[in-house]
Design a protein around this ligand. Structure first.
Ligand SMILES: Cc1cc2nc3c(=O)[nH]c(=O)nc-3n(C[C@H](O)[C@H](O)[C@H](O)COP(=O)(O)OP(=O)(O)OC[C@H]3O[C@@H](n4cnc5c(N)ncnc54)[C@H](O)[C@@H]3O)c2cc1C
Ligand code: SF4
Ligand code: SF4
Ligand code: SF4
Length: 559
């Protein structure tokens, strides 16, 4: 077994120094004071995704063309990748290590491609194996409610989903316009979620009005409240109720249900969030000349950055550092708006600099229609006495949506205030898992601490610089002519090209580098893992150095 190859002449030797046969004749293990260890880490993008999607893993499965497995990996934490792949502000990408090298991996586009594949392959969805006796009521069918219903049903519980509207989806249905999230996609997502197990839908039923909350508490083993923010905030200035002034959410509801006809008027939208951008871009498509007025500057706008850029490309005008002060009417109809000019003062509790009025500085605009989009609030009339509330939001204790009232859980915007789709998805899943743990008398899992992982952990010699693959799109000049979806999905070639850019940060992808480079041939290659033979490893750490992605670490001997 222990054999040393002898060379008769230098001509017989390999062209560069390398191990021939094996090194079993030469045990070196005792030389070592440090040793390499295989220790996969959590890639930084995963910490960036509020839903905790295992992004690194599904991208590697994509590279292996294991699309079904990649989709299943997403579905473990997010049942609507076709939605988030279209509308998520992708905080995961802000954490992507590749951003400090050339351009971040287009995780959002990869997610969308997989989400769409899932919708095209309904047979990928499996039914729950077990049926549980407990019954759960979910109130609200936005992303929080749909997600909690999905995970509860998948675990085998019987779910009844109450929704005030006639159709399901919450803001995804009546808020976000077709050019960002087509109804045809949302319909299929809802259908997929409803097929995950036993979910009975009670649409057109407002809890607290059409059915008493008490009934839910008495008839179900648990209740999840994902009722979102249904009321628009008011400006609080004179004549706000005149003809021509309309809450942005009401306008979006009408646009999304096809009730708005074209008009070539002058519209002003007040606000700087996602609602303001959607109202402005919808009104533009309906023929209006649109100006967005925001009381801070572009930097402080809370809307998703790419939505602001799209609005600018489409020709929306912006007027910053101004706030409506007075509405002038002609009879009962809006005719002009007087604006107060502002400047930026000290940061407020959100960390953004607050707008402060500039004494004596106003200006007037002729306006046909004024849309208000300065924020939304909860409507808790039907169950205020059942839960603890603060600022018209439901108070929860800890991470998993417990309201502190027996059997009652809550999540999504009604807990956090206006947030995002993926945060609502995360809250819906966490609450569903918590409900399951309560029934099974199980402990909560520990909260994972984020580790530091940066570009310094990547051996960039192995990665040629490359540009991010972008989703194909229709140009802004075309997009404004209607409500056609602007961004299209990746084809397989694009998907492969973009997935290939992923470093697989901190996680071994079996590239064989460590095995190839070990000068003592002390790495043993098995099917899906490597083992180090420590009788022969002398701790030179060449493997650690040559791992492109820090999937190996250094440990002191004897520790
Ligand atoms: C116009 C607009 C655009 C947005 N764009 C984006 C975006 O691009 N990306 C992003 O990440 N986030 C976006 N957001 C934010 C995101 O949509 C929300 O954070 C998310 O929808 C919150 O989900 P939710 O399930 O908590 O509530 P919602 O989506 O608001 O759903 C709540 C549901 O509960 C129902 N309901 C309420 N009360 C009752 C009751 N008493 N009985 C029965 N049913 C009830 C409602 O009818 C509704 O269907 C946007 C928000 C708006 C308003
Ligand atoms: S849901 Fe959003 S944050 Fe999570 S992986 Fe998708 S794009 Fe990224
Ligand atoms: S390179 Fe890949 S694994 Fe690393 S952070 Fe970006 S997407 Fe995640
Ligand atoms: S070098 Fe390659 S095979 Fe070895 S640990 Fe790193 S990623 Fe895995």
């Amino acid at each position: 077994m222990s054999k040393q190859t002898k060379f008769e002449s230098y001509r017989e030797m390999p062209i560069r120094a390398m191990t021939v046969d094996n090194m079993l004749w030469n045990e070196t293990g005792s030389w070592r004071n440090v040793k390499p260890v295989y220790d996969n880490k959590v890639s930084p993008c995963i910490y960036g995704c509020p839903a905790g999607e295992n992004i690194q893993h599904y991208i590697q499965l994509v590279i292996d063309r294991k699309y079904k497995e990649a989709w299943e990996t997403i579905i473990e934490t997010n049942p609507m990748p076709a939605v988030t792949g279209r509308v998520c502000s992708h905080p995961c990408m802000d954490k992507c290590t590749r951003g400090d090298y050339d351009e971040t991996v287009n995780i959002n586009a990869i997610e969308r491609a997989l989400g769409d594949m899932g919708l095209d392959n309904p047979e990928w969805m499996t039914k729950p194996e077990k049926s549980k006796k407990e019954k759960i009521a979910v109130v609200g069918s936005g992303p929080a409610g749909l997600t909690s219903a999905f995970y509860l049903a998948r675990t085998g519980y019987s779910v009844t989903l109450y929704e005030a509207g006639e159709t399901l989806g919450g803001v995804l249905r009546w808020g976000i316009p077709e050019y960002r999230l087509p109804d045809s996609v949302l319909d299929r997502v809802v259908e997929f979620i409803l097929s995950s197990g036993k979910i009975k839908v009670e649409a057109g039923t407002t809890v607290g009005k059409d059915i008493e909350f008490k009934k839910l508490r008495n008839n179900f083993d648990a209740v999840f409240l994902g009722v979102g923010l249904m009321k628009s905030r008011q400006l609080g200035i004179p004549n706000e109720d005149c003809k021509g002034v309309e809450p942005g959410l009401d306008y979006l509801r009408k646009v999304n249900s096809g009730q708005v006809s074209s008009s070539s008027d002058k519209a002003v939208v007040i606000g700087g969030g996602n609602t303001a951008m959607d109202v402005a871009r919808s009104a533009l498509r309906k023929g209006s000349d649109v100006t967005v007025v925001y009381r801070r500057t572009r930097t402080e706008m809370p809307a998703i950055a790419s939505e602001i850029e799209e609005a600018e490309k489409e020709g929306i005008k912006f007027r910053f550092l101004a706030s409506p002060k007075d509405i002038v009417t002609d009879g009962d109809k809006l005719s002009k708006v007087i604006f107060q000019e502002m400047e930026l003062g000290e940061p407020d509790e959100t960390g953004r600099r607050s707008p402060v009025p500039l004494e004596g500085k106003t200006f007037t605009m002729d306006v046909d229609r004024l849309f208000t989009a300065i924020g939304e609030k909860g409507d808790l009339d039907g169950f205020k006495s059942e839960v603890d509330t603060e600022w018209e939001l439901i108070k929860v204790k800890g991470e998993f949506g417990e309201t502190g009232k027996k059997k009652i859980f809550a999540g999504g915007d009604i807990v956090t205030g206006a947030a995002s789709v993926v945060e609502a998805v995360a809250a819906g899943r966490r609450a569903a898992e918590k409900i399951d743990r309560v029934f099974n008398n199980e402990k909560d899992p520990p909260i994972e601490q984020e580790i530091d992982f940066g570009i310094e952990n990547i051996n960039t010699d192995y990665f040629p610089k490359s540009k991010r693959v972008l989703k194909p799109r229709i140009p802004a000049s075309e997009a404004i002519k209607g409500f056609e979806e602007i961004f299209k999905g990746f084809d397989e070639q694009m998907l492969q090209k973009e997935a290939d850019r992923c470093f697989s940060c901190g996680v071994c992808n079996y590239c064989d580098n460590c095995w190839i480079y070990c000068p003592d041939a002390s790495i043993i290659r098995k099917d899906d893992e490597y083992e180090i033979d420590f009788d022969f490893c002398k701790g030179c750490l060449v493997c650690v150095e040559e791992c492109p992605r820090s999937a190996l670490s250094i440990e002191e001997e004897g520790k």
